[in-house]
Design a protein around this ligand. Structure first.
Ligand SMILES: Cc1cc2nc3c(=O)[nH]c(=O)nc-3n(C[C@H](O)[C@H](O)[C@H](O)COP(=O)(O)O)c2cc1C
Length: 203
């Protein structure tokens, strides 16, 4: 394989999730900001992060409340995902413009996005200034999921949600399943009864 080296290195870790982060300030005003610099950072306690530029209108809202909700968009929410990342609360009401509704969080004061299939409530434990972005490290305090993806045994089927990824400027749907955790060393294939067919999602 012949490779070239970019003289000015940049971020090249793709795909990443692009999520819709909902926030609420002390006055009660709420907003949604699209964030791609996000991820899981600890299993126990469950922790996640978002990295946010200081000039985002959401930044002082986050700093003030020290809480937020990470909402995972499905394919139906891609337009709203983009809109919330190119328009500011300074000029528009993103909830109204995208027909989105506030849902009730269990623990934090920031709202969930009712239309999002997964909402992850977070409480900030640390803010790390890194450069262009400040990293908000947070503990996950509650998770709400759309019950249509829960089976009769109580298991949640993330593969049926229709999640999206962000890769180098593009929003992508996820393709076919290529394997599962540990499949490379598994001696026997899973019995057929444990292989669930991808369900058709509700329109
Ligand atoms: C796909 C995508 C990913 C983004 N990721 C980030 C991010 O990780 N951090 C950030 O500060 N801004 C990110 N942005 C930009 C903000 O979402 C954007 O500036 C937004 O308009 C800020 O809204 P606000 O001013 O209402 O807070 C992203 C935008 C898009 C479209």
């Amino acid at each position: 394989m012949s490779k070239i080296t970019f003289k000015k290195p940049g971020n090249f870790i793709y795909p990443v999730p692009a999520v819709m982060v909902s926030v609420r300030d002390k006055s009660g005003r709420s907003n949604i900001i699209t964030i791609a610099w996000t991820g899981t950072i600890c299993s126990d306690p469950p922790m996640a992060y978002i990295s946010v530029r200081k000039n985002r209108a959401s930044y002082p809202m986050l700093k003030e409340s020290m809480e937020f909700v990470i909402n995972l968009p499905d394919e139906k929410l891609v337009k709203a995902l983009d809109y919330c990342g190119v328009r500011s609360i300074d000029k528009v009401n993103k909830w109204e413009d995208m027909g989105l509704h506030e849902g009730k969080s269990q623990i934090v004061s920031a709202p969930t996005i009712e239309e999002a299939p997964v909402s992850i409530e977070c409480k900030v434990t640390q803010v790390l200034p890194l450069g262009t972005h400040d990293m908000f490290l947070a503990e996950v305090v509650a998770v709400q999921v759309d019950e249509q993806y829960i089976d009769e045994k109580g298991a949640f089927h993330m593969d049926e949600v229709g999640l999206v990824a962000y890769s180098h400027g593009d929003y992508m749907s996820l393709g076919d399943k290529l394997g599962s955790f540990g499949y490379s060393v598994r001696k026997k294939p899973l019995p057929r009864k444990n292989v669930r067919k991808r369900k058709k999602r509700k329109a």
